[in-house]
Design a protein around this ligand. Structure first.
Ligand SMILES: O=C(O)CCC(=O)C(=O)O
Ligand SMILES: [Fe+2]
Length: 428
């Protein structure tokens, strides 16, 4: 690994607080053997935690939050173990995923919607940095009926989720997402403590959050349709919101890029897709049984003024097919995310190390980033030919993002929170 790395690949050598499970030391060879052919990367050995069921603001939670921050700043990723109930939900969600992906192509291809980006994305349809990804995906966004006021008002990306009824996938996937979303709130509460923030500094954004999932299947590397690039599953990219919580099967394919002092990017401003894709310095994420991985999204980077970086990652194709589910824990679609005062330039009030300031990256702008616009931009970019993008453009829906109605979480005061609740109550 480059000597410019902020740190080295996670190791079991640093001291973990007693509430953490001891880091699992992989037998490096066994894990290396799962790395997709043709990739050169170190094999990660990442910190693995046990999450409390809720955040109680006790000293143990603060120590856990700090350890999480350390892990993300060093490795760009951390892991936490699944409870028996989470394993059951995961198993049911993966079984649903396999039922769906084994349907005939025609049936899968009919699962699209022209108002939401939810539904099927065929292998070769998604574009990352101008090149087709080989992933086959079912995207789940908020499942809103046509009568929902936001759908009626033509809010971009808002519409039904076109489930495949024959795969019986809605209930198991929704139950899995609810539970992982609960973990997302716990992780954000612990992150607030680890960053020395007031409670609610991060979780205020996730009231009725635009949480979504990507249920993914990757073909074996010798079993592709030729639309993409040999061996490449998904090109390097960062994701958009706060946290990405994933579970993968035992095949292997994910790589992350830890924070390097000399690498700057701000995906909400200039696309980070394709960044360093073929360079050295990637770390393989070996499949650890019954373990979630957590990487960070663009809004976490923006909020913390790059103290926590959005984690670049990419996927390689293995010798056999691979299944994984990525859950995205996000701000409310209407939220205007503002940099945290504690992490603004020049203010290093945190008792952690001073923030890494990335020259050239977007400075902390007081006007903030509108999450719904960032999400819409990313989906339009990734799916330029989808019916959803075509209708969005044809009906000039993009301009709806500029309206006050879609920015009512701008000031995040109590009356706005009440508005969110009344809106979701009206549509439940
Ligand atoms: O396959 C994985 O593990 C990650 C997928 C991913 O990066 C994504 O869906 O955005
Ligand atoms: Fe991703």
């Amino acid at each position: 690994m480059s000597t410019e790395a902020l740190s080295h690949v996670g190791s079991s050598s640093h001291v973990l607080p007693p509430f953490c499970q001891a880091p699992i030391t992989p037998t490096t060879k066994a894990f290396r053997d799962t790395m997709p052919p043709g990739f050169r990367a170190q094999v990660g050995n990442f910190d693995t935690f046990e999450l409390p069921s809720s955040v109680t603001n006790c000293a143990g939670d603060e120590a856990l939050g700090r350890a999480m921050i350390q892990a993300w700043r060093r490795d760009g990723i951390l892991q936490f173990t699944m409870t028996p109930q989470q394993k059951r939900l995961r198993d049911a969600a993966f079984a649903a995923s396999k039922r769906f992906f084994s349907l005939p192509h025609k049936e899968k291809a009919s699962c699209v919607d022209d108002q939401s980006y939810a539904g099927y994305i065929a292998s070769g349809e998604e574009i990352t940095d101008g090149i087709a990804d080989y992933s086959e995906i079912f995207t789940v966004t908020k499942d809103l009926p046509l009568s929902d006021p936001r759908v009626q008002a033509k809010w971009p990306c808002h519409g039904p989720c076109p489930w495949a009824a024959t795969a019986n996938m809605k209930d198991p996937i929704a139950a899995y997402m609810d539970e992982v979303g609960r973990c997302g709130e716990v992780l954000l509460g612990l992150t607030e403590m680890g960053l020395g923030l007031e409670p609610g500094s991060l979780t205020k954004y996730t009231a009725d959050g635009w949480h979504h999932s990507r249920v993914l299947r990757f073909p074996g590397r010798k079993n592709t349709n030729g639309k993409g690039k040999a061996g490449r599953g998904i090109g390097s990219h960062t994701d958009y919101g706060l946290l990405v919580i994933s579970s993968q099967d035992n095949v292997g394919g994910l790589f992350v890029r830890p924070p390097y002092q000399n690498e700057e990017y701000a995906n909400w401003k200039n696309s980070a897709a394709g960044m360093k894709e073929n360079d050295d310095g990637w770390v393989y994420v070996p499949p650890m049984e019954d373990t979630f991985t957590v990487i960070l999204g663009d809004m976490m980077q923006y909020l913390t003024n790059s103290f926590l970086m959005s984690t670049p990652h990419k996927v390689g194709l293995n010798n056999q097919e691979r299944y994984t589910i990525a859950y995205f824990h996000e701000p409310n679609f209407r939220a205007v995310v503002k940099p945290l005062a504690e992490y603004s330039n020049g203010n290093t009030s945190s008792s952690l190390e001073a923030p890494v300031l990335h020259d050239g990256a977007a400075p902390a702008k007081p006007e903030g980033v509108h999450y719904g616009t960032h999400f819409t931009n990313m989906f339009m970019r990734n799916y330029p030919d989808r019916i959803t993008t075509k209708r969005l453009l044809a009906e000039k829906r993009y301009s709806v993002l500029e309206t006050d109605e879609l920015r009512t979480m701008e000031d995040m005061d109590d009356s706005e929170d009440m508005h969110v609740e009344s809106l979701s109550a009206a549509t439940a």
